[in-house]
Design a protein around this ligand. Structure first.
Ligand SMILES: Nc1nc2c(ncn2[C@@H]2O[C@H](COP(=O)(O)OP(=O)(O)OP(=O)(O)O)[C@@H](O)[C@H]2O)c(=O)[nH]1
Ligand SMILES: [Mg+2]
Length: 356
């Protein structure tokens, strides 16, 4: 299963690279690959329940879910963020982590620091990159219509609706579209349609982001999740062993490393949950959307399991951890047989029964 792709975007010098460096740091050093000027780092999604299940089942393979962070390199030169030039690359993202500089007095352009303004400006750049594409496509379809080619009319209607929304200052992600309308525009991979979580890159003096008030208010008004992230401090924490981390975090009033908070926030922003499969061979986490049913979950594991789906033997992880075996769960009446329409819950441990 492909890892979730979270792209770090933001204004020039906002701290994208500093946040990325902290996210991919480990006690053994940083791990990353490159794609052109961009850097990619994949980490395992921490899940305490999965780790306990591993210790219960002693599987040959232990496979947590993965998330890939991408340190986006903005095109050099030019005035704005240059998203139009990066359109195809950014279009592959599952979501954006929008890094906002929240330390110091001046921003990367030497202007007085205004985190809420920086957020607005980047959100606007995303929308403008979309608008450029939309207007180009509208023009093309209108020319076709003039020549008597009418098959583009349904697409034109949806694009005009998108243009109206952007002109009115709304992001495409906040538009109400029917499933058919979504389908019509899905191939454009519009940037302002993607989910965004905001990462306030706070300075050493404010690791929990208490001074991010205007930014917090702006995010709340826009319905965006916000996370405080002190890049230099988090990079240092990530080099420590688990034992040393605890004391360090406590000293700074932090409950856990920011990487774990960021991943949890990404799951929340994207409305994702995890379900697990367990056994002697493999203990594994799978990522699905909240609201997905048992057949969709089965299809994540293998298309054959979705096609031949009969039922899913299901128990929540907490109960399995408490009872230790499926047999004990069954005896206690806690192992449920769920059908195709069952809405999978976060932390479900499932065994799919299917016709071959
Ligand atoms: N004091 C302080 N400096 C920081 C912090 N985060 C980043 N910086 C500095 O700010 C500058 C820009 O940070 P980068 O992480 O390179 O920013 P970026 O968004 O990747 O910049 P570009 O890729 O060039 O657009 C660097 O000199 C960093 O050392 C921070 O939390 N505190
Ligand atoms: Mg950078």
């Amino acid at each position: 299963m492909a890892a979730l792709l979270l792209y770090l975007i933001g204004a020039r010098s906002a701290g994208k690279t500093a946040v990325f460096d902290a996210l991919i740091q480990t006690p053994e050093g940083p791990h990353f690959a490159t794609k052109g000027a961009h850097r990619l780092g994949t980490v395992k999604v921490p899940d305490a329940r999965l780790a306990v299940l591993r210790d219960l089942f002693h599987p040959k393979k232990y496979i947590p879910a993965e998330i890939t962070f991408v340190d986006v390199a903005l095109p050099s030169g030019g005035e704005g963020s240059g998203f139009s030039q990066l359109n195809a690359f950014l279009g592959e993202a599952d979501a954006f982590a929008l890094v906002v500089q929240s330390h110091g007095d001046t921003d990367g352009a030497g202007k007085p620091l205004d985190p809420a303004g920086q957020l607005d400006s980047i959100l606007l750049d995303l929308a403008m990159a979309d608008l450029e594409k939309i207007e180009r496509r509208i023009e093309k379809i209108e020319q076709e219509v003039k020549r008597g080619l009418k098959q583009g009319l349904p697409e034109l209607a949806v694009l005009q609706k998108c243009k109206t929304a952007i002109d009115a200052g709304r992001a495409l992600r906040d538009m109400e579209l029917t499933a058919d309308e979504h389908k019509v525009i899905s191939s454009f991979c519009f940037l302002s349609q993607k989910r965004v979580l905001v990462v306030a890159n706070t300075g050493d003096g404010d690791p929990t982001g208490e001074r991010c008030e205007p930014l917090r208010a702006s995010c709340a008004a826009k319905g965006l999740d916000l996370l405080a992230f002190c890049a230099p401090l988090e990079a240092e924490i990530a080099t420590l062993s688990a034992a040393d981390q605890a004391g360090f975090l406590k000293d700074y009033g932090l409950a856990e490393p920011a990487r774990a908070r960021l991943i949890r926030t990404a799951y929340h922003t994207l409305n994702l949950i995890s379900f697990f499969t367990v056994g002697e061979d493999e203990v594994r986490a799978w990522t699905i959307r909240r609201g997905d049913n048992a057949v969709t979950a089965a299809g994540k594991i293998h298309t054959d399991l979705a096609r031949g789906f009969i039922r899913a033997e299901t128990v929540d992880a907490e109960t399995l951890i408490e009872k230790k075996t499926h047999a004990a769960c069954r005896e206690a009446g806690k192992l449920r047989l769920e059908g195709k329409g069952y809405v999978v819950q976060d932390g479900d441990v499932m065994e799919i029964r299917a016709n071959a």
